[in-house]
Design a protein around this ligand. Structure first.
Ligand code: RP5
Length: 159
């Protein structure tokens, strides 16, 4: 699994994806890679992703968030885009930049911020779980624990 982000400043958001991957024992590599500040690195990273046969690339970026879309243009490895919450426009700019891809170059787009990062990792795990029984079991356990945490909450009124 590849996890990339447009800037070090995206790390507090993307950390939510890394935590899920670690919890589900899914190996990953992390890079800062910018569509604007390091554009020449994008094709080489995309080639690396194919060489390593990465199952997915989770790509987070904020503002004029071109990283996920540009990576998707360079590789057929599925790209899961996470819109990072920007200061100026609260991440609406990031969301629209990532989600509005032209037909033919898909990026799976998630919610703005840490919920999106977490869900991108869970979505990637669900894809892996179609062929990896161990990941499937750990994902099932994750979901069961999540359900139990709600049921155990003293504010929950069971029926
Ligand atoms: C984007 O610009 C990054 O993904 C980041 O969300 C945003 C701001 O970057 P910094 O100026 O904080 O490095 O490329």
């Amino acid at each position: 699994m590849g996890v990339v982000m447009g800037s070090r400043s995206d790390f507090p958001t993307m950390e939510a994806a890394l935590e899920v991957l670690a919890q589900l024992q899914i190996p990953y590599e992390v890079r800062v890679l910018s569509a604007h500040r390091t554009p020449d690195l994008l094709p080489s990273y995309a080639a690396r992703a194919e060489r390593l046969n990465l199952s997915c690339i989770i790509a987070g970026a904020g503002g004029a968030a071109h990283l996920p879309g540009m990576l998707a243009a360079f590789t057929r490895v599925p790209v899961l885009g996470v819109p990072v919450q920007s200061r100026a426009l609260s991440g609406n700019d990031s969301l629209l930049s990532i989600v509005q891809m032209p037909g033919g170059v898909p990026v799976a787009t998630f919610a703005i911020g840490t919920a999106g990062a977490k869900n991108a990792a869970l979505f990637a795990a669900a894809i892996l779980a179609t062929t990896d029984e161990d990941v499937r079991d750990r994902l099932d356990t994750f979901r069961a624990q999540q359900t139990q945490a709600v049921l155990d909450d003293p504010f929950f009124e069971g029926h």
